[in-house]
Write a protein that binds this ligand. Structure first.
Ligand code: ZN
Length: 172
């Protein structure tokens, strides 16, 4: 596997996982916005802007939180791109790493905000980045995850990333 232990897939499934536009089960919250957070630092990793909320952990040896989180963003972006290719205009998006395990009141650990071109990700759930990148690729139309059961969910299962079949209503 070779993936960092900290982002083990066993962590997934504790919450609702990731979603687009603060949406759960495909119902968009019209007018909702990302929660205001205090950004401690930002950095650019492979051309993508990464922000870390105040309180996000750094690495051993004094590695800054942004550098540390950025490495996980890179790892999971590579996993995604290996199968799905680069997300067009990803350089215009920001990946914001959040401190809490849940980044909204509905229990999501990852969110994609299309208008803001912002992905919010809990520092405990980097493994949700592929899901959010897929939203970024497909845009607002993907909020209902239509068609994901046919290709994206099986791919996540195959790569032991997470099992979203129940959450996304996939027939087994
Ligand atoms: Zn989603």
């Amino acid at each position: 596997m070779g993936w960092p232990a900290r982002v083990g897939w066993a962590l997934a499934g504790l919450g609702l996982g990731g979603c687009g536009e603060g949406a759960g089960g495909g119902s968009a919250h019209v007018g909702s916005r990302p929660a205001p957070v205090v950004i401690a630092a930002s950095c650019t990793v492979d051309g993508v802007r990464v922000e870390v909320e105040r309180g996000v952990e750094g690495g051993f040896g004094g590695e800054s939180p942004c550098s540390y989180s950025g490495r996980f963003v890179s790892v999971w972006r590579d996993v995604y791109e290996e199968r799905w290719g680069r997300v067009p205009l990803l350089e215009s998006w920001t990946v914001r790493i959040r401190t809490p395990e849940r980044v909204d009141g509905l229990g999501h650990s990852g969110l994609a905000w299309y208008d803001e071109r912002l992905i919010e990700l809990s520092q405990l759930h980097f493994e949700l980045l592929p899901h959010e990148l897929h939203h970024a690729r497909q845009g607002k139309a993907s909020t209902a995850h239509r068609g994901w059961c046919a290709d994206f969910v099986p791919w996540e299962l195959e790569r032991h990333i997470q099992d979203e079949r129940a959450q996304l209503g996939c027939d087994t």
